[in-house]
Structures are given as C-alpha cells and as structure tokens.
Design a protein around this ligand. Structure first.
Ligand SMILES: C[S@@+](CC[C@H](N)C(=O)[O-])C[C@H]1O[C@@H](n2cnc3c(N)ncnc32)[C@H](O)[C@@H]1O
Length: 251
C-alpha cells in the first residue's frame, strides 16, 4: 500500500501543495509537476507572461504554471480534447488564464513572437527529435524569451536496447536520448542560445514511486496496467539506463 501523501515530496515544495489524488487522476506518464518544477529552476517566468504548454496532456502543468507563476497559459494538446481540459481548468479555478486548445506541434496557429516562453513536459520527444523542429518552434517565442523541455531519456546514447530491458522495451523508446545528445541537437541549428542542460535529480526513483501510486490509485485500468509495467521495467533496470534531461534555451 502506498500512501498518497508520500507523493508530497520535500524536494518539490511547490508540487507538494497539489492534491496527490488530482495528480494521479491526470497521470499520462511520469509526474509532470515534479519535472516542471525542476525545469523552472533554470527558466525565469514573470507574472503575466504568455506561456505555450505544448503537449500539456490533461493540463496538470498548465494549472501549475498559472497558479504558481501568474502566467497566461495556452494549453495545447493533440490527444486530449480541449473541452475535457476546460472542465479541469474551470474546476481548478484557472479558466480565466489557461486556454485549452487542440493543436498539432507541427501546425501551430500562433503569431510569431507571441510567447514569452514555450515549455513542454514529457511530450517534446514525440516530435522534437527532428533536426528541424526547434527551428520551427523557436520563432513563436519573442527574442529573449525561453524554450524549455523535460523529457524521458537516457543516461548515455545506446545502439540497441539493453538486454535486461528487452521484455519491456517499446519502439517509442527510440526517441529517448541523453542530455548531451539533446545539447548538441539544440546547438547545431545555431538558432537559440542553450543556457542549461541538466538531468532531473532523483527523477528515476521518483518515477518508480509515482508509478507505484498510479498502479494502486488510478481509476483508469490502462494507467494502472502501464504503471505496473513501468515499475517492473525500472526494477529490472536498477538505475542503469534512464534519465530525465532538462533543457532551457534563450531565443
Ligand atoms: C505522455 S503524454 C504527457 C502529457 C503531459 N505533458 C504530462 O506530462 O502529463 C504526451 C502528450 O504529448 C502530446 N503530443 C504527442 N504528439 C504531439 C503532437 N504532434 N502535437 C501536439 N501534442 C502532441 C499528446 O497529445 C500527449 O498528451
């Protein structure tokens, strides 16, 4: 039995203010608030900033951004319906400053220079490994603004799945990369100034704790099954392979 209050991590004091049951209900992968809190250590936001939350899923990060930083959030996602996110934003009392939108990352309808920051948590890997993608996204952010991502990834580049992970490996993991790979991927186009490349501390252990909680407490059978598999995979891996790269660049 895992106590939901154990999800209030002392290392993540802002996230610890959020109801763990609400976080579990919005689970689509690793805990997005913890990763966002880590990412924002190197990405300054000012009250009133316009922020693109790209691939926001069920909008946990969008609520967090609005509440914690007083920013306006354009909560864009492909798979989750904006009407469902509007209901969540209304319930969270942030629907006056968080705007849910259906959006495809390659076909954004915003004006160039509209955003003060574009952030993406556990989503950018789905489209951003294309060498040209950052050059497409960055112009939507004003000069001097920021792009920041937190992604599931690897401690180092690999040529093939590690043999101990074969029973768990999914083809989607092909987009997992190391922090150094991402640094070079963002530096080579020469369009942004990479200001920070780190790995989220303790994030793999936290992913396991979170997955245990979701396996036990999620109302969704799909999430419970996915979370059980994640715990099995992380136990088999014993800390050898995965990492969570965090990148921040100035436009
Ligand atoms: C694993 S979920 C994570 C959701 C949320 N960021 C979180 O951490 O809880 C990945 C999200 O990326 C979004 N996504 C994937 N490909 C996308 C694309 N091409 N354009 C926009 N969003 C995309 C999906 O709709 C999905 O909600």
């Amino acid at each position: 039995m895992i106590d939901l209050d154990s999800l209030r991590l002392p290392t993540h004091p802002r996230s610890a203010r959020y109801d763990p049951a609400w976080m579990v209900a919005g689970c689509m992968g690793p805990n997005p608030l913890w990763l966002l809190e880590d990412l924002l250590a190197d990405l300054p936001l000012r009250t009133g900033d316009r922020v693109l939350d790209l691939g926001c899923g069920q909008g946990l990060t969008s609520v967090f951004l609005a509440r914690e930083y007083g920013v306006q959030v354009f909560a864009c996602d492909l798979w989750v319906k904006p009407s469902e996110n509007l209901r969540r934003f209304t319930e969270a009392g942030v629907d006056d400053r968080v705007f849910p939108l259906h959006a495809e990352a390659h076909d954004l309808k915003f004006a160039k220079g509209f955003f003060d920051a574009a952030i993406s948590v556990d989503s950018y890997q789905y489209y951003g490994t294309d060498a040209l993608y950052l050059s497409y996204l960055a112009p939507f952010v004003r000069k001097g603004g920021y792009v920041g991502i937190a992604v599931p990834g690897l401690q180092q580049e690999i040529d093939a799945p590690p043999e101990w992970l074969l029973p768990y490996w999914e083809s989607d993991f092909a987009v997992f990369h190391s922090a150094d790979w991402w640094r070079s991927h963002w530096t080579r186009p020469g369009q942004v100034e990479v200001v920070s490349v780190t790995e989220a501390k303790g994030a793999v252990e936290n992913w396991r704790t979170w997955s245990l909680a979701c396996a036990e407490h999620s109302a969704s059978e799909f999430v419970r099954k996915m979370s059980v598999e994640t715990v099995g995979m992380l136990d088999a891996d014993a800390g050898r392979t995965f990492a969570f790269p965090l990148l921040v660049a100035r436009v």
